[in-house]
Design a binder for this molecule. Structure first.
Ligand code: HGY
Ligand code: MN
Ligand code: MN
Length: 417
């Protein structure tokens, strides 16, 4: 078996071991700051230590492992991804990038490669934003863009982010000390499953990411009037759920018919005080809209908001529209992408470039550092789903390409930023 396949087997074994750590018995869920998250992070820290890295948990809760260059003044090259998950997740979204990244560093050590830069492996603690509905907490802290006001955000149980940081040994006031200063970044590299069907359909194991789509996360609160399901005539109701349902279908129609290279998703819908014999008085739902074109995203956001207001006006429902987060598109570094394309060719594969519809920790990092991402084919592009699957040979392909990339980087002198 080739060396890359053997290494891929070890990566897959660790992915499976990490996948066995979950806050839910029947599925994989590791959300920010929970006991299961900490247990999973401890596992990753163990593996980092076994590899000989200097490890530390920073204040927000990332686990970080450093391999120092012989040159003390060297810049830092970060290899990273996340170890938090969505609810009922697949096992590759995040952990593949962290554990393949660890393998690359083990290879640097094993091959005694002289590195002119420090290498830092980071397992980010909250890319998905499932617990506090705001993403990139870990990568924002490392990029120096963490907004302290976020620590007031509360989860479904009313616990604040600040309390969770403190509970887990972090200090919100020291978060800024965990950032890597802009002048100290050499670059950022993330291996991640594509989470889409392109590589699978084209039967290609890996692809180069050119950009990461802009996205908007919104919370809508529809307030009508709770009432008796048996007595209130249909034309006298202020049914918050029926209103939300019309909004959801109209939003889907907008995204489909508009062909505006836009995707729109309502992934969370919550009826306040639900009962089968009560007309829903209040409903809360999420709205996630994305486009690689920032202008299309903002104009679509306005159009969807106006459409929601019109539906609510017609039905006598009050609407609260709350912007949770808006991120610009992140452009990947052309210099590093050239090296990645070269590395793919050297590994014997056709280089393919694609835009990521999914968000990644590379987004906040791209504000302070050149970023590059290597996508890995996943079964039918399925992700955020326990059916998420990656073949061993594709992990081996990603390792082979990434080895080449690291060797090119060692020789490459990026233009001064
Ligand atoms: O939502 C996303 O795009 C990412 O998976 N967090
Ligand atoms: Mn991810
Ligand atoms: Mn994800």
């Amino acid at each position: 078996m080739s060396d890359h396949l053997t290494r891929a087997e070890k990566v897959l074994q660790r992915i499976n071991e990490l996948a066995s750590v979950s806050e839910d018995d029947g599925c994989i869920t590791r959300t920010y700051g929970t006991r299961a998250f900490i247990e999973g992070r401890n596992k990753v820290e163990q593996w980092m230590k076994q590899a000989g890295l200097q490890t530390r948990t920073d204040n927000i809760g990332n686990i970080r492992g450093r391999l120092l260059s012989g040159n003390a003044d060297a810049k830092t090259f970060v290899i990273a991804s996340h170890i938090d998950t969505v609810i009922n997740a697949g096992k590759f979204d995040g952990p593949l990038g962290v554990l393949a990244g660890l393998d690359l560093i083990e290879q640097i050590i094993r091959s005694k490669t002289e590195i002119p830069f420090h290498v830092e492996l980071i397992a980010f603690c909250d890319e998905e934003g499932c617990r506090f509905h705001t993403t990139y907490l870990g990568s924002k802290a490392v990029a120096g863009s963490f907004d302290k006001q976020l620590s007031d955000k509360r989860d479904a149980a009313g616990i604040s982010l600040g309390e969770v940081i403190k509970q887990n040994g972090g200090d919100v006031n020291n978060l800024s000390k965990d950032a890597i200063a802009k002048e100290d970044w050499l670059g950022y590299f993330e291996i991640h499953i594509e989470q889409g069907p392109v590589l699978y359909e084209r039967n290609i194991p890996v692809g180069v990411v050119t950009a990461i789509a802009a996205q908007c996360r919104i919370e809508l609160i529809f307030t009508g009037e709770a009432g008796h399901a048996g007595t209130v005539p249909m034309d006298m109701r202020k049914d918050a759920l029926a209103c939300a349902a019309e909004f959801i279908l109209e939003t889907e129609k907008f995204a489909i018919t508009g062909k505006k290279k836009l995707v729109a998703t309502i992934g969370k819908l919550h009826i306040i005080n639900p009962a089968s014999n009560v007309i829903p008085g209040q409903v809360i739902c999420s709205l996630d809209i994305r486009s690689e074109d920032e202008n299309i995203l903002s104009s679509s956001c306005l159009a969807i908001k106006e459409m929601a207001e019109n539906i609510c006006k017609k039905r006598g429902i009050n609407l609260k529209w709350g912007l949770i987060q808006q991120t610009k598109p992140a452009i990947c570094d052309k210099g590093m992408n050239k090296l990645l394309v070269q590395s793919i060719k050297e590994a014997g594969f056709d280089p393919v470039e694609l835009v990521s519809g999914a968000g990644h920790d590379a987004v906040p990092v791209s504000e302070v550092s050149p970023v590059a991402m290597l996508f890995v084919r996943c079964f039918k592009g399925i992700s955020h789903n326990p059916l998420e699957e990656v073949e061993l040979k594709d992990i081996a392909a990603a390792i082979k390409v990434s080895d080449n990339f690291i060797q090119q980087l060692v020789k490459y002198k990026p233009p001064v930023r």
